[in-house]
Design a binder for this molecule. Structure first.
Ligand code: SF4
Ligand code: SF4
Length: 323
């Protein structure tokens, strides 16, 4: 009997999700043993035409990492959806846009203008910008079109499951992949569509060991600007921590190491917008009822938009800033 087929794709992302897959150590051998890996551009030489030639639904499982910000990302999302039985948005970029979606604070023109004309590290003597289509003596060269708005995978195709994280923690990847193998091997029913794998429905605060008791604060500061108490909630020490607005599952890794949660596991269940949830959580710790003083305290939060929507801009209620 032929093995189930596995595809792993990297759209607009940093490559960390692919590294996290390799980081499952010897369990990668179980993956290679159980699946026939038919598409993994980061690890093997295969052409898009090879995927186009595959029968529809012939790939059992596709782990798709990366956001959708170019015509190539979109084309591959549609192609892999068509060829796959189960499509998983793997990691924060595919799930909710993550760091690439911080581009949604700007527009395409201003990004290209900065990168190709204004960046201080630029050496662009001819002042050129890449064009989607260029005529050369040998014919026409095309490159993917750069989109104005970065999107999450489920904003362009139907997604079956999500594995959150930037990147997903290796032990959670192992659990999710072994669960899929178990389901396929033993003909078990698949979890309901939309299930978030490798995480729980609670918040990062629920698995954080730090004590919460002070409650009220007068100003916020960056983590490197003060020595924090290792046992107290960071938020109550004036450090913006996205624990209340973030899904648990990572084991509260950052907060245990003395750094605030940045929010990479995305929204907890039943929350619609990570930034809005964070604003409510902050409101409960600000020590003032005077609007002027509240404004002064809020103004001590560095880069609020980038902090609250660092991982979730594309998937948020805002989706992008109008510019
Ligand atoms: S806000 Fe951060 S530090 Fe405080 S309990 Fe939640 S996760 Fe822990
Ligand atoms: S503590 Fe927060 S930022 Fe750190 S890995 Fe966990 S979810 Fe991601």
């Amino acid at each position: 009997m032929s093995k189930p087929k596995l595809a792993i794709y990297w759209a607009s992302s940093c490559g960390g999700c692919d590294i996290a897959i390799l980081d499952i150590e010897e369990k990668i051998l179980a993956v290679a043993d159980f699946f026939d890996v038919v598409f993994w551009p980061c690890a093997m030489d295969i052409k898009y035409d090879d995927v186009r030639a595959m029968e529809d639904k012939s790939i059992t499982l596709t782990l798709f990492n990366g956001a959708i910000r170019t015509s190539e990302n979109y084309e591959l999302a549609e192609l892999l959806r068509q060829k796959s039985v189960v499509l998983v948005a793997f990691g924060s970029c595919a799930g909710e846009g993550c760091i690439p979606a911080l581009a949604n604070f700007f527009n395409k023109e201003s990004i290209l203008d900065y990168v190709y004309h204004k960046s201080p590290s630029l050496a662009n003597g001819g002042n050129v910008e890449p064009q989607p289509e260029v005529q050369v003596p040998e014919g026409t060269i095309t490159i993917p079109k750069f989109w104005n708005t970065v999107r999450s995978l489920d904003q362009v195709v139907e997604v079956d499951y999500y594995i959150p994280g930037c990147p997903p923690q290796s032990d959670q990847i192992v659990n999710a992949v072994l669960a899929v193998i178990d389901i396929l091997q033993n003909n078990k029913p698949l979890p309901p569509k939309g299930t978030v794998l490798g995480a729980t429905d609670k918040s990062c605060c629920d698995e954080c060991p730090r004590e919460r008791n002070i409650k009220k604060i007068k100003s916020f500061t960056r983590p490197f600007m003060k020595v924090t108490d290792p046992n107290l909630c960071l938020m109550e020490q004036g450090i913006v921590c996205l624990g209340p607005a973030t899904r648990s599952g990572c084991g509260a890794k950052c907060v245990k190491a003395g750094m605030p949660c940045r929010g990479c596991y995305g929204l907890p269940a039943n929350i619609n917008d990570q930034g809005a949830k964070m604003v409510t959580a902050l409101a409960s710790v600000i020590d003032s009822t005077d609007p002027e003083e509240i404004e002064q305290i809020i103004n001590t939060i560095p880069d609020p938009l980038g902090t609250f929507y660092r991982f979730s801009m594309a998937g948020s209620l805002l989706r992008r800033v109008q510019v």
